[in-house]
Design a binder for this molecule. Structure first.
Ligand code: FES
Ligand code: FES
Length: 157
């Protein structure tokens, strides 16, 4: 039986009719047509579905939709400004060659954002830990780590 939930999505108050067994990823992609978060493995192993819920990077493929009630959810679509300016982390990924096929990229960037929101000056170890749950089959991670480091330096006053 469908239920109605309310939460904040990329800064806007929203309501949605959901089936209680849905994941947050299903809701984002099928109801809101926000397809930045990807379904890679569907079981918490690849990080392609990463979004931020109440400040924490989570695997939306495993996050039960009923737990979203009252939460603040940010997806990759919420990072660029309305006039199309990329977020500094997105710009840094582009500038540092951290994107190849792009499948992992939204999840990587959301993990990086959750890290940088909490820790403005992360060490390489901090960065590696933050993206430990995000798999990339293309870049070898070096450019991704570099991009996150450079983004953190840019965000310093
Ligand atoms: S699709 Fe969610 S962790 Fe792989
Ligand atoms: S850029 Fe292809 S999986 Fe990461």
């Amino acid at each position: 039986m469908k239920k109605v939930i309310s939460f904040k999505l990329n800064g806007e108050d929203v309501e949605a009719e959901v089936e209680p067994h849905w994941s947050l990823l299903h809701l984002l992609r099928e109801t809101f047509e926000l397809t930045g978060a990807k379904e890679g493995c569907g079981k918490g192993e690849c990080g392609a579905c990463t979004v931020i819920v109440d400040g924490k990077a989570i695997n939306s493929c495993l996050f039960p939709v009923m737990e979203v009630e009252g939460c603040e959810v940010t997806t990759i679509e919420g990072l660029a400004t309305l006039n199309g300016n990329l977020h500094p982390i997105q710009e840094s990924f582009v500038a540092n060659g951290a994107v190849q096929c792009g499948f992992c990229t939204p999840g990587m960037i959301m993990s990086a954002k959750a890290l940088l929101d909490e820790n403005k000056n992360p060490s390489e170890d901090d960065i590696r830990t933050a993206i430990a749950g995000n798999l990339c089959r293309c870049t070898g991670y070096v450019q991704i780590i570099e991009a996150i480091k450079k983004a953190s330096e840019r965000r310093e006053p």
